[in-house]
Design a protein around this ligand. Sequence first.
Ligand SMILES: Nc1ncnc2c1ncn2[C@@H]1O[C@H](COP(=O)(O)OP(=O)(O)O)[C@@H](O)[C@H]1O
Ligand SMILES: Cc1cn([C@H]2C[C@H](O)[C@@H](COP(=O)(O)O)O2)c(=O)[nH]c1=O
Length: 232
Amino acid sequence: MAELVFFSGTMDCGKSTLALQLNHNHRARGRRGLVFTKFDRAGAAVLSSRLGLSQEAIEVDDGLDFWEIVVEQATGGRVIDYLICDEAQFYTPTQVEQLARLVDEMSIDVFTFGITADFRAQLFPGSRRLIELADRTQVPQVEALCWCGKRATHNARVVDGNMVVEGEQVVVGDTAHDSPAVVEYEVLCRRHYMRRMTSHAARAQSLSAEVLPFDLDLCPLPGPRPDRHTAQ
Ligand SMILES: Nc1ncnc2c1ncn2[C@@H]1O[C@H](COP(=O)(O)OP(=O)(O)O)[C@@H](O)[C@H]1O
Ligand SMILES: Cc1cn([C@H]2C[C@H](O)[C@@H](COP(=O)(O)O)O2)c(=O)[nH]c1=O
C-alpha cells in the first residue's frame, strides 16, 4: 500500500541524509524514483546533506505540478515507484495535495522531508498541509541538541548575533558554524527558545556572572567611579 510520509523535525536533525539513504535503498532494489528539492543551501537542483553527500534533484518552483510530471513520465514509458521530496516545508499546499493524489490514484510512495515550523515557531504552509494529509509523520531518529544538551525542538534565527522573531518566513541559511554568517540558525529546546537564550547569549551571561563582582581598582568602569559602598 503506497504511503505519503512526512519526516519532519528541526534543522540539522538528519532529514536530508535520510532522504539520500531512502533513495539509495529503494534504487538498489530496482525501484524507480524521482528526487525533488527546493532552495537547498548547496544551490539549485541539488539535494545535499551536512554529512557531505549530495545528489542531483529536480528543483521545485511554485508552478511545478507533481501530478503532471509523473503522468508525463508514465506516458513516456517510465513508470515511477516513489518520490523523494526534500525541503517540503517550502512546497505550496496545492503541491502537497498533488503528492497525496499520486499516492492514492497512482500508488506511488511519496517520502517528504522538511522542518515543521519556522523561526517564529509557526508552521510553514507546506508542512501544515503535510501534517493534515500524510499517512504518517515521523521524527528522524537522530536528535539535534540544544546547547544545554536537551533535545532541540525549535529553530531560532540569529541575525548579527541576536535571535530575532520577526522577518521574512523564508531565508535560506545554515546552522551556526566556524565562519558566522549575517543570518544563521540555531536549534534550541523550547525553554531556551522561549527565553531567547541562544548559545551566544548563554555564554555572554555566564561570562558576566564570572566577572561580577569585579575589583574596581583592577577593572575600572568608564565614567565617574561609583562609591564602592553604595553602588548596586
Ligand atoms: N562532521 C560530521 N560528522 C558526523 N556527523 C555529522 C557531521 N556533520 C553533520 N553530521 C550529522 O548530520 C546531521 C545533519 O544532517 P542533514 O541531513 O544535513 O540535516 P537536515 O537535513 O535535517 O538539516 C547532524 O545532526 C549530524 O548528526
Ligand atoms: C527556521 C527557518 C529555516 N529556513 C530555511 C533555512 C534552511 O535553508 C532551510 C532548512 O534546511 P535544513 O536542511 O532543514 O537545515 O530552511 C527558513 O527559510 N525560515 C525559517 O524560519
